[in-house]
Design a protein around this ligand. Sequence first.
Ligand code: GTP
Ligand code: SPV
Ligand code: MN
Length: 601
Amino acid sequence: MSAPTTNKKLLDWVAEVEAMCTPDQVVWCDGSKEEYDRLMAEMVESGAAIKLNEEKRPNSFAFNSDPSDVARVENRTYIASVKEEDAGPTNNWIDPEELKETMRGLYKGCMKGRTMYIIPFSMGPVGSPIAKNAIEITDSAYVVCNMHIMTRVTTEVLRLIEKTDDFIPCLHSVGAPLEEGQKDVRWPCAPIEKKYIAHFPEENLIWSFGSGYGGNALLGKKCLALRIASAMAGREGWMAEHMLILRFTNPEGKKFHVAAAFPSACGKTNLAMLQSTVPGWKVETIGDDIAWMKPGADGRLYAINPEAGFFGVAPGTAEYSNPMALAACSKDTIFTNVVVTEDKDVWWEDMGIDCAGGTDWKNNPWKPGMKDADGNTIKGAHPNSRFSARAANCPVICADWEDPAGVPIDIFVFGGKRTSVMPLVHEAFDFEQGVYMGATASSEPTAAALDVGAKLRFDPFAMTPFIGYHAGDYMQHWFDMGEKLGDKAPRCFYVNWFQKDGKKFLWPGFGENSRVLKWMCDRVEGKVEARETPIGLMPIDGDLTLDGLDIPAEDWEKLMKVDTEAFKATVADAKDYLAKFGDKLPAKMTEQLEKLEARLG
Ligand code: GTP
Ligand code: SPV
Ligand code: MN
């Protein structure tokens, strides 16, 4: 196939990769519907994909991964900066030349028997000043089709590269060459010790090997839009964050824009598409996972969503929890690791409907309630099973979601999953304390990463696995942005929807979270006062309305409790955690720690 570009830099890189990986053929992708349909037809034919029931789930497909390849692999993810100290204590590091040597060895001949696809894509609206042009080379047609949904794949990007001579190269292989006559498996991938998700931040270069799943393989997402982009943003004075973006409009038509950082599988997609229960208030979605933000001419912070789709957690997505996400995946969707029902539709745990049975994510016949040899219930869908849905198919997508200028952020929200200690909501006294809150955010582990262990982890700004440089410098960058934005900086809040009493959540969550958002907007507008507590500002009784909710008084007390002893313990843990940043820990963080200790007494 002749190349649809004359850009030498791009052609040289493609030739180099082709010579190294030795694919059977090379295909330049154009992002067209024809291309998507053709690749899907091939994958259905080979048995890799299942075409879902056209009446129930038009233009949709299901895939099951290899049982070992179901989430990001943080212990195989590397920030290979030239100097080790630039990767910092939260990232794995290998010398870039050494890592390249190892990976070249793995890439050698790795596409044998396969097709090498070259995908031109843009993160952000094509051609917009904040967007980035990139090329992913991959040997996975599944990746190509997902990139069609999750990013803007178009030959227009090739034309822009001709003009600018600038693009971010992203190389991906599933790492499973085929010998002559060898039959492919449904989900090719390499064993864990051969997986590498590598970033070379000084070169804006990404090399991924051995996994076909999500953030390991769709390189525009976590690798480019967070790890590489955060390093660029730190150098250039903007922000790349693991944040949803939403617009909340009050009955008078006043618009508030919220950007919220919760760790993986802690509620971003749900909050982004929330169905408000506060009369007259409405949420519209701008993004559900990643925000790129820059100060605008008026001094406020403007955010865009660099993605074009949602790679959402399937389990728990239900009519009662997130009807807008369900609607977004009612057509044109790729499902990975869910149950395919007998009538060729999809099902997952906590979907809110019954399932008669079908094929589970491990390709086995499955019925609800089935038990394994040890008597444990077998889940039909993997806990990190996902849907890839087009943002444009979400009924509450904001009309301005593709505005290259972005939306001005009024409110930052931080949070995580904590079954105790962290109250439902508190507000920072000022931006610097807000940075402290974000930097010491913590969460209990989830299924979105394979290898994070079982205990509470600090997860600064929900970015631990995604900061492309030293986390101490990254925290300092937050303080610097605050200084630059001054009194136009967003107001900062911390939320926790996940407090529990035994197995029961104390707060109803989901749509009811709009009550908490409204309180935040009232604070921004100066409509309500707040009461001072040692940890921050909290709602005065009655300002956060509970009308129509059945929350017993003792539960509300727990939801709003500031347990000073427990917080003192958290501060001690935070100190331990922050100690590893050494002299890269911003002085302002130490100052905030001391102030909090003093307030706690
Ligand atoms: P990533 O895509 O991994 O970054 O995850 P995410 O942050 O977008 O998480 P998501 O919205 O998919 O939610 C993850 C899980 O949290 C799902 O099982 C949800 O049902 C659950 N969840 C989300 N919001 C709430 C809430 O307000 N209350 C409760 N109890 N559960 C929630
Ligand atoms: C996350 O883990 O935060 C995700 C899924 O959004 S993945 O794309 O796999 O990183
Ligand atoms: Mn995410």
